[in-house]
Each structure stands twice: as C-alpha cells, then as structure tokens.
Design a protein around this ligand. Sequence first.
Ligand SMILES: [Zn+2]
Length: 121
Amino acid sequence: MMKSGKQRRREIKAARQCRAAKAQQALAISPPLGFRPGAALAVHPERLAAYNSYGEPPFVARGWYEDQPFRCRDCGKDQVWTAAQQQWWYEVVQGSVYAGAVRCRACRLLRRQGGRPQNTA
Ligand SMILES: [Zn+2]
C-alpha cells in the first residue's frame, strides 16, 4: 500500500522533532557556576588552531564560550576565565584548544618572572 501524503508529512515531522531533541541534548551540558548567559560568545571554528588528535573540544561542540570558574593551581584562589578571555586565547592567539586556564593572572606573571608562587591555601 502506498503511504498517503499526510502520513509522509507526519513521518517528516517526527524525524524533525527527533533531530531537535538531539540538538537540545547537545545543548544541555550544564552551565558552570556563575554562568551569565549575557557573557556567552560565539565560537568561530575556522579561527581555531588546528586540532584533530583528540576530537572536537566541548566548547566547539557547544558552539559558544562561557565564563568558566576555576581554582588557581598555585595559590588556590577561585577565579573566572571569562568568555572573552577564552575567545582571545583560542581565536586570536590560537592557543591549544585542549588547554584551559589553570593559574590566576598574578601566578602566571610570577611564573613568567621565574619567581616562586605564594601558596596562601
Ligand atoms: Zn594564583
């Protein structure tokens, strides 16, 4: 029996809803603490440093940068790596897409000067 046009439309609609649900799931990565939607910036994959060895980084799959809290590895202070800083690092400096923030600005400067970090933790 031939499928009616109505039935085919129903199937197309169901497939579309299925794709939409999958896209929703992809976006459902829970935002980090302190996430402000206004601070999100679009990812421009064509501007990133080349990658392929470990697959697509999560922020590329997600499609935007968002403020990311982290704890400084040296002094233990809670910091935020902002969406703008991430975009600068990945797209302007073309830093490694697998690298993230690990140290606060003060500790990075200290390291660059060859000084010892102050451990206040
Ligand atoms: Zn620090």
